[in-house]
Design a protein around this ligand. Structure first.
Ligand code: OAD
Length: 244
C-alpha cells in the first residue's frame, strides 16, 4: 500500500474534466498534525497518550461533559494550548480552500475544533464542525451563547442537512482521521456506491478498500495532497494560496 500515482491521476482527471463538481471532504486531527497540533490516537505523539499531567480517570474524560461539570479545569488547560491563533493551516487545509475557491467543494465535515479550515479560507457556510469548535461557546446549563456572528452563521447554514449531504457527493475525500468516532465515522459509507472515495491517511481506516472505486493514499496527507495538486496542475496556485 503505497501512494498510487496512477489512481491519483484518475481522480485528478475526474476533477479536471468537470465530472466531479460536488466534492465532500471529511477530516480529522491528522490534517492538522503538520501544523503542530497533536492528534488523539497516534502512538507517542497523540493527545490521549500525553494527558497524564491532567490527572484524568481516562483520557477521553477531558472532552466528556459529566467530567467537565465536576472539574472544568483540565479542559481549560488543554483549550489554552490548542486555542486558535497560534497555528497555521497545512497545505491540506489550503487544498480544501482551493476546492471551494474553484466552486468544487460541496461541504467540509470536520471533527476538528482548531478552526484551521476557516483560517485557510474555506467559507464558513461550507464547513460542518461535527464536534463543535472554538469559534463558538455557550453555557452548558442555560445554553446562553456568547455572541459571535461568524459562529451563528456557520451553525445556521451548516447544521440541518448533515446526514443527507454525503449522498449528494460525486467524490468524497477523507483526510487524516482514524474514523473510529461515531456518528462521523459512518459518513463515508453514506456516499453512493458509484462514488469514488479518496483517503489520505497514515493508515487504512473505516471501510476504505471495500469498494472498487476507493483510492487509498497512505502517508502524510500533505504529500498526497501535493501529488493530487500536481496532477491537477494546481500546485503553484495551491502553494501560493497556502503561504498567503
Ligand atoms: P485520531 O487521532 O483518532 O486519528 C488521526 C488519524 O490521522 C490517524 O489515523 C493517524 O494515523 C492519521 N494522521 C496523523 N498525522 C497525519 C498526517 N500528517 N497525514 C495523514 N494522516 C495523519 O483523530 P480523529 O480521527 O480526528 O472527538 O479523532 C476523532 C475524534 O476522537 C476527535 O474529534 C475527538 C476524539 O475523541 C471529540 O473530542 C468529541
Amino acid at each position: 500500500d503505497t501512494l498510487s500515482d496512477r489512481s491519483i491521476a484518475a481522480v485528478a482527471e475526474l476533477i479536471r474534466s468537470g465530472r466531479a463538481r460536488r466534492i465532500v471532504v471529511m477530516t480529522g486531527a491528522g490534517i492538522s498534525t503538520a501544523a503542530g497540533i497533536p492528534d488523539f490516537r497516534s502512538p507517542k505523539t497523540g493527545l490521549y497518550h500525553n494527558l497524564a499531567r491532567l490527572n484524568l480517570p481516562h483520557p477521553e474524560a477531558v472532552f466528556e461533559v459529566d467530567f467537565f461539570r465536576n472539574d472544568p479545569r483540565p479542559f481549560y488547560v488543554l483549550a489554552k494550548e490548542l486555542y486558535p491563533g497560534n497555528f497555521h493551516p497545512t497545505i491540506s487545509h489550503a487544498f480544501v480552500a482551493l476546492l471551494a475557491k474553484r466552486k468544487l467543494l460541496r461541504l467540509l465535515f470536520t471533527q476538528n475544533i482548531d478552526c484551521l479550515e476557516r483560517a485557510a479560507g474555506v467559507p464558513p457556510e461550507l464547513i460542518v464542525e461535527a464536534h463543535g469548535s472554538f469559534a463558538t461557546q455557550r453555557c452548558i446549563d442555560c445554553k446562553t451563547p456568547f455572541p459571535d456572528a461568524e459562529m451563528r452563521q456557520c451553525v445556521e447554514s451548516a447544521s440541518p442537512p448533515v446526514c443527507a449531504l454525503p449522498q449528494e457527493a460525486d467524490l468524497v475525500i477523507v483526510i487524516g482521521t482514524s474514523l473510529l468516532v461515531h456518528p462521523f465515522a459512518g459518513l463515508p459509507r453514506l456516499a453512493r456506491d458509484s462514488v469514488p472515495r479518496l483517503l489520505f491517511n497514515m493508515e487504512r481506516v473505516g471501510d476504505f478498500g471495500t469498494r472498487a472505486d476507493d483510492v487509498i493514499c497512505l502517508g502524510a496527507c500533505d504529500d498526497g495532497i501535493r501529488k493530487l495538486a500536481d496532477e491537477l496542475g494546481w500546485r503553484e496556485e495551491l502553494e501560493k494560496l497556502w503561504v498567503g
